[in-house]
Write a protein that binds this ligand. Sequence first.
Ligand code: GLY
Length: 358
Amino acid sequence: MRPAKGLNRREVLAAVPAVAAAQAIKLGGPSQPLPVAVASSNGLRAVAEAVKRMEQGLPPVDAAVAGVSLLEADPDDVTVGYGGLPNEEGVVQLDAAVMDGTTMRAGAVAALEGIKHPSQVALAVMRRTTRVLLVGEGAKKFARAHGFTEENLLTERARKIWLYWKENAAPSDDWLPDPKELEDPDIRWFVERFGDAYFRPQGTIHLSAVDGQGRVGCCTTTSGLFFKLPGRVGDSPLIGCGLYCDAEVGSAGATGHGESNIIVVGAHTVVEFMRQGKSPEEACLSTLQRVVRNTREVYLKDAQGRPKNNLTLYAVNVRGEVGAASLWSGSQFAVCRTGQAPELRACAYLFQRPQRTP
Ligand code: GLY
């Protein structure tokens, strides 16, 4: 963009938020108390932190990053940041993205190794470059240039879980499982949470935030599909898929089977459905219907033709209404609204998950 006469590029960028915020305010005041944050079920602490930061005046995108950073630093969340489960070669590769719905700027990193807070690097990509997405070695060089320190993200627990997967993945390869492995507290911890049969889920945290000043922002961060192909990038760092927001409408994001979400450009689709007048929950459900229609490969479907994998979508509109929906029953989402304690709520869903036989 050529700056208007008399304005340099920095002044043009700085001028954008005021214009967008003014447009959003014209749409009418909030019908629910703001600020509000919505996130995946692992984000209970994150939504509380995001709301606290917005109450202190931080823009929603920065508040979202502050919230998810708690999980990125937590070794007990094996789906995000430090302690995240590695790829099939035992290397932790992280994806993250941020978007500011007021400026319509975004930043993202993918397949980033050795940096604990990919969400903060994504924020730096948004603020400190003219680009949107950096990957792999380039993303790491950029992070180091901005003072992020490199560290080993593979915790002992994550290494043991990866080895357990590797040894049990194929009966005819060269890796032999230790019969005592299932007695290891770290392996038992993993199997209790994620099961032994459904062995490759993908966790993630998404957080969408709306403040009381017409500003909207979001962030998604993940270690991606457990034991993924090296270099595999899911939906999380792809703007429009893992997250999207627009201060005229609201914000949305996703966790779950990334490939299913990429095909429907899920988060953008949710925001567009809300623009057409759907509630956040209706917008999430309509987008999931598209996922069902677009799931064509036999290996992705169960005997009744339904997607085998799960996908959950989260949304909030500028009036502060929230909603979330999953393909399969049993998921929850986290919400925090100013003046209220953070809480988990049940997601709407398309299909009832069959009861497990004991
Ligand atoms: N939704 C996270 C992933 O597929 O990597």
